[in-house]
Design a protein around this ligand. Structure first.
Ligand SMILES: *Cc1c(COP(=O)(O)O)cnc(C)c1O
Length: 369
């Protein structure tokens, strides 16, 4: 073996550096008893380098902490960044599982491609989650409906102000314990229908999970809050007629004749929760439709009694019924559901995730073995 090859091989073995100031068991248990999602993080993180010449190399698990960046790092100027979001669930027997990570891996690759970032091999993605769980397993909470939220992300680290795809990139995984999303029971959402701002356009990067799309949604989201709503719903950028999605969740309508309807367009991020919910509904004999959906169809459908429910879905809140859709010129009140399909699908999906319901589609991957 040449020296160069030996170096390359060594460069691909994981280096693990334990956090000397890791939280004590007592401190950790205190944090897990009331997790402040997104504000507290586990003791370690994953950090893998990529360069144009060397490919993926120097994979590490190291103490959680600040990342050193050159002020000219491309991400700070041109937002060349993508991310993922998934959860680790603790089952009753103590084992730790995640949900369809192959789908997150594939989506991270699609997002990366759109942002001119390198594609991380899927095995590498899943391995990175296992490596973090191997050292931070005690951070996966066990109370009902709690989880450890995993946040893989990748960005352009190269210090260069020229406008082109960066030649140096890093991939990280951090993790934050998450409590039950609705500790006081599920309350239907009030949604603000954006009548001016859009989130993404045809041919843009709406289908990629990237910070830039979120940046575009923050001002409309702020306006929605000011109007007393919890989320904003975007319409298509071209005609302002068709449903797109919420800032970070997909939207679904349920009809009286057992159909689930959800918008289809290249500016929507295809959620893994959405995909799974549509599958579970088909298993129950529902028909599913992914096609352009005019907002007027929803409004008329509620009036005629055809549309009986609407819900939002995504990893964080799983499935949340929509109660009201409104803006300056309209207000649509959803009827009170007799037997909510949304809540029943939510029960089944979380049942699978927490190991209470049979995983008949093989969606779970064990992380701690
Ligand atoms: C992540 C995300 C979703 C939901 O996707 P899941 O895989 O179900 O979590 C929906 N819309 C946007 C814009 C997102 O970033």
């Amino acid at each position: 073996m040449t020296i160069e090859l030996q170096l390359a091989r060594q460069d691909l073995t994981w280096q693990v550096t334990r956090n000397e100031s890791a939280k004590s068991a007592e401190e950790r248990e205190g944090l897990l008893a009331a997790p402040a999602f997104g504000q507290q993080f586990t003791d370690h993180m994953v950090d893998v380098c990529w360069s144009e010449r060397g490919g993926w190399h120097r994979p590490r698990v190291q103490p959680y902490g600040p990342i050193q960046l050159d002020p000219a790092a491309a991400v700070l100027h041109y937002a060349q960044e993508v991310f993922e979001g998934l959860k680790a669930y603790r089952h009753a027997d103590g084992s730790i599982w995640t949900f369809r990570p192959d789908q997150n891996a594939a989506r991270l690759q699609r997002s990366a491609k759109r942002l001119a970032l390198p594609e991380l091999p899927a095995e590498y993605f899943i391995d990175s989650l296992r490596r973090l769980i191997a050292i931070d397993a005690d951070w996966v909470p066990s109370a009902p409906e709690t989880s450890l939220y995993l946040r893989p992300f990748m960005f352009a680290k190269e210090a260069f102000l020229g406008v082109r795809a960066a030649k140096k990139v890093n991939y990280y995984v951090i993790a934050s314990p998450a409590g039950a999303y609705f500790p006081g029971g599920i309350t239907p959402l009030q949604i603000w229908l954006s009548d001016h701002w859009t989130r993404a356009g045809h041919g843009g990067m709406g289908y990629a999970k990237t910070g830039g799309n979120y940046a575009a949604s923050l001002l409309p989201q702020t306006e929605a809050y000011a109007e007393g709503c919890q989320q904003v719903l975007f319409l298509d950028a071209q005609e302002g007629r068709y449903l797109e999605e919420l800032g970070g969740m997909n939207v679904v309508l349920v009809t009286r004749d057992r159909r689930l309807i959800t918008p289809d367009s290249d500016s929507i991020l295809e959620g893994i929760t959405l995909k799974s919910v549509l599958q579970l509904a088909r298993d129950r004999g529902y028909r599913t439709e992914q096609r352009p959906v005019p907002v007027q169809e929803w409004i008329d459908g509620v009036e005629s009694g055809e549309v009986v429910e609407a819900f939002a879905c995504g990893t964080a809140a799983v499935i949340t019924p929509i109660g009201v859709l409104r803006n300056h010129t309209m207000r649509l009140e959803m009827p009170a559901a007799q037997e909510s399909v949304a809540l029943s699908l939510r029960e089944e999906l979380t049942g699978i995730q927490y190991g209470r319901v049979e995983d008949r589609h093989g969606w779970l991957t064990r992380l701690d073995a």
